[in-house]
Ligand binder design. Structure first.
Ligand code: PXL
Length: 275
């Protein structure tokens, strides 16, 4: 069984980051190890939250894992809380990344705005971290901030392709842009593989409501699929379909929570798809 390490926060309530990544990656058959970067009472879309930073725990954890001879076939990073943390995670990738797929979700914002606690300087540093990645999965907001350009809605896929090319020029081998919306009620992702100079996109039905945490659902499923040996195209397709299925189930549930999707209900669907 492959072993992945995922580095992101744990929000006690909120269906995001580690509480999404762990169940999805485990369900997909990969051992999921973690380095929690911070403990929050809940994610930052709530009216208030506690935030306990764990940055200083990361170097001794990394050192001890090295001493135990641990290695990982994949390093998956999500929400990272500070520029210092980006530097420490960058060092972690240098120490453990040689034979690992490095998968970075540059979690920073959505709908044209950065999440609470992030600024343009952080976005620039996140872009530097992304240069070390095999795969990055920004949404349009994160892509614009990493390129240092104003957020603007895309007219068509060609504009997305231009952004993806420029993201890869910063260093990542493959860039996937999530949250692409089509006029015919579909939503999906577009990818540029700079090694093979190839584009790929896939769309699935979208709900008329948007949900928090869908980026984490997409990233966890995509990286879980890569660990199973799926091609990036097949991993992207599965992750788009799974995210769409999670949103569909959530919209149909009158008791759904406001703060995340019912990904749990869709896990049997996911397991069936990867059989
Ligand atoms: O879903 C991304 C995410 C992860 N972790 C924390 C967040 C968010 C988005 O708001 O606040 C703590």
């Amino acid at each position: 069984m492959k072993r992945m390490i995922t580095i992101q926060d744990i929000s006690c309530v909120g269906k995001c980051s580690l509480t999404v990544a762990l169940p999805i990656i485990s369900a997909m058959g990969t051992e999921a190890s973690v380095i929690p970067t911070a403990v929050l009472s809940n994610h930052t879309a709530f009216d208030s939250f506690t935030f306990h930073d764990l940055t200083e725990e990361i170097p001794p954890i990394a050192k001890t894992l090295k001493e135990q001879g641990m290695d990982f076939s994949c390093i998956y990073t999500g929400y990272l809380g500070s520029e210092r943390q980006l530097k420490i995670v960058s060092d972690f990738i240098d120490d453990f990344g040689e034979n690992a797929t490095v998968f970075i979700d540059p979690v920073m914002g959505d709908f044209g705005r950065l999440y609470s606690g992030f600024d343009e300087s952080f976005a620039k540093k996140m872009a530097e971290l992304c240069a070390k990645a095999d795969v990055i999965v920004p949404n349009l907001t994160e892509a614009c901030y990493m390129l240092g350009e104003p957020f603007h809605q895309l007219e068509d896929e060609d504009e997305a392709k231009d952004i993806l090319r420029r993201l890869c020029a910063l260093g990542a081998k493959c860039a996937v842009m999530t949250g692409m919306i089509q006029r015919d009620g579909m939503m999906g992702a577009v990818m540029y593989d700079s090694v093979n100079d190839k584009f790929f996109s896939h769309y699935a039905p979208r709900t008329n409501k948007t949900f928090h945490g869908t980026g984490d659902v997409f990233a966890s499923c995509c990286v879980g699929a890569l660990c199973r040996g799926l091609s990036i195209e097949d991993a992207l397709t599965l992750a788009v379909d799974f995210t769409s299925e999670c949103a569909r189930i959530t919209v149909e549930d009158p008791d759904a929570r406001w703060y995340g999707v019912n990904f749990e209900t869709a896990i049997p669907w996911l397991v069936e798809r990867i059989k």
